[in-house]
Design a protein around this ligand. Structure first.
Ligand SMILES: [Zn+2]
Length: 308
């Protein structure tokens, strides 16, 4: 892309797992708003595995209208595999490896992954995503743990990848060049963070929501339906979880700003709350497919403006 040297930049790629576009639109996000405008985009998959498989091949969520801009310049795609069909328009980085990680590693970047939701647990023998990274740091609950209310409906702090921004920044800055990927589970059910703790009320709502997720139905003989007020409470938890992530990203970006990395932040899919008769994700519905996306170039000036 003429005039902007994207190919040799360090990279920060962040996925806000399950974050809905409408939640991002209502949230107060000083860090992400400074990075670039909130873009309404369509995810390449309806759940974590296919969406990340596509993202790791350069197929980011696609803007519903218009095109991406980097430093004020339109760009048809930030990354494009040399194996993909030419799509027209300027491309930031054409890569030749089978994944972004393979390509950046071959070009001398330290490639670091961190997460996340259980698809990223490297101890899960069926989990292919973390194996795409030469180095992956997983902070979430073990994928082999029983999935019941005692293990799922919990307060979370250290199990959130963005609780570890200082350590992740150190790893990046110790390398001459870096590619950092972070899958953020804070916006994934149960939506708990230090900014959105459990209460007796929201724990009951989450218990019912998990049962509806598991059954994928708006109504079940065993579960009381969620009212609009209940859904409002749960979406408020996701909004506060996103605002917590924004604060942590501010700390991460401040540490990395001197390196002026290319940054992309997006959701991998959204979550349905009964709008089409189902709950959760993994099925096609506009609230599952429509996701937020931001991109831009970090700079010390940008971070000083955000955190002043
Ligand atoms: Zn996901």
């Amino acid at each position: 892309m003429a005039g902007i040297d994207l190919a040799d930049r360090d990279v920060v790629l962040v996925t806000l797992d399950s974050c809905r576009y409408d939640v991002a639109k209502r949230a107060r996000l000083p860090t992400l708003s400074a990075l670039g405008p909130l873009i309404r985009a369509e995810a390449p998959g309806t759940y974590t595995l296919p969406s990340h498989a596509a993202i790791f091949n350069g197929f980011l969520p696609r803007p519903v209208f218009g095109s991406l801009t980097i430093a004020g310049r339109p760009v048809g795609a930030i990354w494009r595999s040399a194996a993909a069909r030419p799509s027209g328009g300027p491309v930031g980085v054409v890569f030749t490896g089978s994944t972004l990680m393979e390509d950046y590693a071959a070009r001398g970047h330290r490639v670091i992954g961190a997460g996340g939701v259980t698809f990223f647990d490297p101890s899960g023998t069926g989990n292919s995503l973390p194996r795409l990274f030469p180095e992956f740091h997983y902070f979430g609950r073990p994928s082999s743990a029983p999935a019941d209310s005692t293990t799922r409906i919990v307060d979370r702090a250290g199990s959130l990848a963005l609780a570890h921004v200082e350590a992740l920044a150190e790893k990046c800055l110790s390398a001459d060049r870096f590619f950092l990927f972070v899958n953020c589970p804070s916006t994934h059910i149960p939506y708990t963070t230090p900014n959105s703790p459990l209460t007796d009320h929201n724990a009951d709502l989450l218990d019912r929501l998990y049962q509806l997720h598991d059954g994928k139905r708006a109504r079940s003989a065993q579960v009381s339906p969620l009212s609009r007020k209940d859904v409002h409470v749960l979406l408020g938890m996701q909004r506060r979880a996103l605002e917590w992530a924004d604060g942590q990203l501010g700390r991460l970006f401040t540490r990395l700003a001197e390196r002026r990395p290319l940054v992309v932040v997006c959701a991998d899919h959204g979550d349905e709350f009964g709008e089409g008769g189902r709950y959760g994700h993994g099925h096609p519905h506009p609230v599952v497919s429509t996701v937020p996306l931001w991109c831009g170039l970090l700079s010390p000036d940008l971070c000083r403006g955000v955190l002043a």
